[in-house]
Design a protein around this ligand. Structure first.
Ligand code: SAH
Ligand code: SF4
Ligand code: F3S
Length: 458
């Protein structure tokens, strides 16, 4: 069989990163291998995200670029998968007649047969059907790209929470969990292939196991993952504050491999807005949980998501948000301007916040948070951190990149041979989004950086 090449473009969250790997896993037996060059590909797959308006626009501008390519090489196959595919289905096919197939989030496992169908039928194929009961949530297969040190592992998919702004329950469906044995087997295989850190992913990991009758909930699963020999670090994302149980908080005390970092999206600091968002917790409940986390694991890094300009957000609501940000002192914050999504309840709320006001609030909050991010990062200068070396830095030549146990990105000069190791690294300089370090076992270094220069001895 002739060797064929596939170019996969991934937009959106970690779930899509995992899913793109799943696609590749399905295509390897069909004799495809992955290429970074789109112009050399026989098959182009776009894995899309629909979370905000901007994400969806990105899909259409990408499809515009691909249209030219399809005109020049009509034999290439172009497929659009993921959340926009699930949401738009036939509308997407109609709007982009040059694409060969649209496959929704539940159709991922059917990719090989859809490609066959495209080849046979020479017409557009659309599959936004549900996953059949017999179809697994995730595809088993060989570990791909084994030369890395970290991996995502899907433990559940879908969401039953229906926050009023969010498209996820519509494009990812109801919560479904994988069997614990299946998750553990996948992690063991990854560890055998050199993986040292796993991030367990799901739209709402706290709901893990609640429906599949296996008697294993999320804290229990974490405990079992913690026992896997050869694995060093465990992370998870995302957990919903309303479901962050005492037992899960205790896991940060009990489990030695669970990294001291939690991403706990709060979305707003105003009770009135939280209610309209249907988040299911109050500001006080959130703050108490943060306090409990810090009690059981002092120094735990806490990051969050925040939406500004949700319909009906008044000045006082926004001030409550700013106040919460100051009160918590997040390690970092992902800030979003509210945007309408198809069919979600908030799209029909009449009291929309003008774009200019959203912009102002966004800048104000960004400034408030930047101060905390800088302060937190600066506090690390001079300390030694355990760093898992992930690979060459994408931005800095001759530098490696890794993350501290608290999930801060750190770059440092070292040998490629150290990829996959956990090293003590001294932090020498702090920037807004990363740190600069020096491996402790590399001896004495004179460092002169932007902060006026710091000298230290290892
Ligand atoms: N399951 C996660 C969120 C996943 S979506 C959770 O509940 O925590 C990632 C983030 O995108 C959300 O936390 C929210 O801050 C943002 N987001 C979702 N819908 C949005 C919308 N319509 N407009 C702006 N931001 C949105
Ligand atoms: Fe969306 Fe809310 Fe579900 Fe998160 S919990 S995926 S924000 S509906
Ligand atoms: Fe986007 Fe779908 Fe993830 S909408 S954020 S890719 S679940």
């Amino acid at each position: 069989m002739k060797q064929k090449r596939v170019h996969i473009v991934t937009m959106g969250c970690q779930m899509n990163v995992y899913d793109s790997e799943q696609m590749l896993r399905l295509l390897v037996p069909l004799n495809y291998r992955s290429t970074l060059r789109m112009d050399k590909a026989d098959l182009i797959l776009l894995n899309t995200c629909s979370i905000r308006e901007k994400a969806e626009h990105k899909v259409y501008s990408f499809l515009g670029r691909v249209a030219r390519m399809k005109r020049l090489r009509p034999d290439i196959i172009i497929g659009v998968g993921g959340c926009v595919a699930q949401q738009e289905g036939y509308r997407l096919a109609e709007r982009a007649p040059h694409i060969d197939m649209v496959f929704g989030t539940f159709a991922l496992g059917r990719l090989p047969s859809l490609i066959e169908q495209v080849k046979r039928q020479k017409r557009q194929i659309v599959d936004t059907n549900a996953r059949a009961a017999s179809e697994p949530l995730c595809v088993k297969g060989p570990v791909l790209k084994a030369e890395r040190a970290t991996a995502f592992v899907t433990i559940m998919q879908g969401c039953d929470n229906f926050c009023t702004y969010c498209v996820v329950p519509y494009v990812r469906g109801r919560e479904v969990s994988r069997k614990p044995e299946e998750v553990l087997e996948e992690i063991r295989l990854l560890v055998e292939n050199g993986i040292r850190e796993v991030t367990l992913i799901g739209q709402n990991v706290n709901a893990y196991g609640q429906k599949n009758g296996q008697g294993c909930d999320f804290p229990e699963l974490l405990g079992r993952v913690n026992e896997i020999k050869g694995l060093n670090r465990i992370r998870f994302t995302t957990s919903h504050p309303k479901d962050l149980s005492e037992r899960l908080i205790e896991a940060f005390y009990r489990l030695d491999k669970l990294a001291p970092h939690i991403h706990l999206p709060v979305q707003s600091g105003s009770d009135r807005v939280l209610r309209r968002m249907n988040r299911g917790y109050s500001r006080d409940v959130y703050l108490r949980k943060v306090e409990n986390l810090r009690d059981v694991r002092p120094g735990i890094a806490i990051t969050s998501d925040m939406i500004v300009g949700f319909p009906g957000e008044e000045r006082v609501d926004f001030e409550a948000t700013v106040d919460l940000v100051r009160q918590v002192g997040f390690d970092s914050l992902f800030l979003f301007k509210y945007s309408d999504r198809p069919n979600v309840p908030a799209a029909k709320f009449s009291d929309k916040v003008p774009e200019a006001v959203k912009g102002e609030r966004f800048s104000t909050l960004l400034e408030v948070q930047s101060e905390f991010t800088r302060k937190k990062n600066r506090a690390l200068v001079g300390t030694t951190q355990e760093v898992l070396v992930e690979g060459p830095s994408k931005k800095l030549p001759n530098q490696l990149t890794g993350r501290t146990y608290c999930n801060k990105v750190i770059n440092f000069a070292d040998d490629m041979a150290r990829i996959g190791q956990i090293l003590p690294v001294r932090v020498v300089e702090a920037f807004s989004h990363s740190l600069l370090g020096h491996p402790v076992d590399k001896g004495y270094v004179e460092y002169s950086g932007e902060n006026g220069g710091i000298s230290y001895a290892a």
